[in-house]
Each structure stands twice: as structure tokens, then as C-alpha cells.
Design a protein around this ligand. Structure first.
Ligand SMILES: Nc1ncnc2c1ncn2[C@@H]1O[C@H](COP(=O)(O)OP(=O)(O)OP(=O)(O)O)[C@@H](O)[C@H]1O
Ligand SMILES: [Mg+2]
Length: 266
């Protein structure tokens, strides 16, 4: 019920993404306020990941604007990260042959001020910054529960832990907003529960979250509001009741399992 008059953290207006004749995202508005956990759901191919790509500078939206903390974001991934938005990927993107700790250190890159010269000379400023980065990275590994595996190669982690490492790496850029693209895909029910706790813990650190998931239980346990994308359009947004009782949502979701063979007695 609480409506805030202050500027939202993220303010997306009229974002459209076309690929040739296909409109993957169509005129979508969305806001995320400070401290909110917002869900984004929709059937396969609805445009959810494309929408994330439009927010993070991977795609330049055909139309629309993305404003973060009152500034229109330039569509360049490193500038978006620097501005304070971090993300994880649906298809995990880790440096497989680097250690867990090194992967997190890569994520800190956008927040370290030491330049190339300083790094080459390896002067006291560089060494201090490096020690500081390692300490922060270790703290994040502690936070996601991977500290004991800091020296393991990323590729040797089980799937669920790779997802956690992606989150740690994203957090290393010290974001104000974290975008999670299917963070529990491939996780077992226990890992999924733990991931819920992790998302709440991230929010408690003052980071807002926008999360894509197919797991409805996960979404409705976590989210303050949930938006539904169907064929690129946001058809409804609201709390659990609003979303679950919406006719268009029911139709959209009933449409998906029809591709599987169904047994009917009628
Ligand atoms: N780079 C691209 N070029 C052309 N078409 C694309 C591109 N990226 C996505 N699409 C198309 O845009 C539509 C939306 O895809 P998107 O991956 O955003 O869906 P999604 O909602 O994330 O689905 P899923 O739940 O399966 O991850 C699909 O039809 C997809 O084929
Ligand atoms: Mg996707």
C-alpha cells in the first residue's frame, strides 16, 4: 500500500526491442524502488532476458529510456555496471579456468581505482588496493557460503554453487540494484530455499533486486511486486493475488503445458 513519492531507483519507460520483424519487448514500463524485490515472470520466449539485456547495455533498445538514480543510462555494459547495476546470466558466465576468488576479483574491477601504471609498478598503492580487494572478495564468498572453496577452479563447482559464485561476482561491483536471471535454474529444492534466504540477505544490505524466475513459489515468497511479460508486453503487475487471479496470466500459462501430451478423461 505504501506509495513513495521519491524517485525510484530504476525507472524504465517505454522500452521496446525489435529484432527485424520480431518485437521481443514491447513498450514496457517498470520501476524498482529502493529496498524492493521485484519479480519478472512469463512463459519461455516472453522477452524477459531481452528486457534485462536492454537494461544493462547489452542491447540498445529500439525505443525507450532506462533511468537509474535519476540519470538516463548509456547503453554500454561497463557504464551500467559503474552506475550501480549488476547482473547474473541465465547461462552462467564464469571464467571456468580461474579460481572462485579470482572470479570475484574480476567483478570488483569496476570499483578499483588503481590504474595500469600503478599495477605494472606494483607500488604501495597497488598492493594496498589489492589486499583490500581480496579482503572484500573473501567477505563476499563468506556471505554466499563459498569461502571454503576460494581456491577451487570455478569449473569444478557444482551447478548450484556456480550460480552463487555469479551472485558474489555481481555483488563485487558494489551495485545498488541486482538483476538475477533465473538464479535457481538447475537447483534442487534445498538449494532453492537457500537462494531465497540469500536474496533476502542481499536486500538487507540495501540492494534492490529484480529477479526473473519460472519457480512461482520462489517468486511469490520473495517479491514485493511481480510483473508478467507475455509476448514482449507487460500484461499485469502487482502482488500475488493480483497476478494469480488475472485472466490473461491464467491463459498465458495454461497455453504453455498444452505442448506436452495431456491425458483427458472428457
Ligand atoms: N539477439 C537476438 N536476435 C534475434 N532474436 C532474439 C535475440 N534475442 C532474443 N531474441 C528473441 O526474442 C524473444 C524473447 O527471447 P528471451 O530470451 O528474451 O525470452 P525469455 O523470456 O528470457 O525466455 P526464457 O524463459 O526461455 O529464458 C525470443 O523469440 C527470442 O528468440
Ligand atoms: Mg530468459
Amino acid at each position: 500500500m505504501s506509495t513513495t513519492t521519491s524517485t525510484p531507483l530504476l525507472d524504465v519507460r517505454g522500452v521496446t526491442m525489435r529484432f527485424g520483424g520480431l518485437t521481443a519487448v514491447s513498450n514496457v514500463d517498470l520501476t524498482v524502488g529502493q529496498g524492493e524485490i521485484i519479480g519478472l515472470i512469463g512463459p519461455n520466449g516472453a522477452g524477459k532476458t531481452t528486457f534485462f539485456n536492454c537494461l544493462t547495455g547489452l542491447y540498445v533498445p529500439t525505443e525507450g529510456t532506462v533511468t537509474y538514480r535519476g540519470n538516463v543510462l548509456p547503453p554500454k555494459p561497463h557504464l551500467v555496471t559503474q552506475a550501480g547495476i549488476a547482473r547474473t546470466f541465465q547461462n552462467i558466465r564464469l571464467f571456468a579456468n580461474m579460481t572462485v576468488l579470482e572470479n570475484v576479483l574480476v567483478g570488483r574491477h569496476s570499483r578499483t581505482r588503481e590504474g595500469l601504471f600503478s599495477a605494472l609498478v606494483r607500488g604501495p598503492g597497488y598492493r594496498r588496493a589489492e589486499a583490500d580487494s581480496r579482503a572484500k572478495a573473501m567477505e563476499l564468498l563468506e556471505f554466499v557460503g563459498l569461502a571454503a572453496k576460494a581456491e577451487h577452479l570455478a569449473r569444478n563447482l557444482p551447478y548450484g554453487e556456480q550460480r552463487k559464485l555469479e551472485i558474489a561476482r555481481a555483488l563485487a561491483s558494489e551495485p545498488g540494484l541486482l538483476l538475477l536471471d533465473e538464479p535457481t535454474a538447475g537447483m534442487n529444492p534445498q538449494e532453492t530455499r537457500a537462494a531465497e534466504e540469500l536474496v533476502f540477505a542481499i536486500r538487507d544490505r540495501g540492494i534492490a533486486i529484480l529477479v526473473i524466475e519460472h519457480d512461482m513459489k520462489f517468486i511469490f515468497n520473495l517479491c514485493d511486486r511481480t510483473a508478467v511479460l507475455v509476448q514482449g508486453q507487460k500484461i499485469v503487475e502487482g502482488d500475488r493475488e493480483t497476478v494469480q487471479n488475472d485472466e490473461r496470466v491464467i491463459t498465458a500459462y495454461l497455453g504453455t503445458p498444452l505442448e506436452q501430451p495431456t491425458e483427458t478423461t472428457e
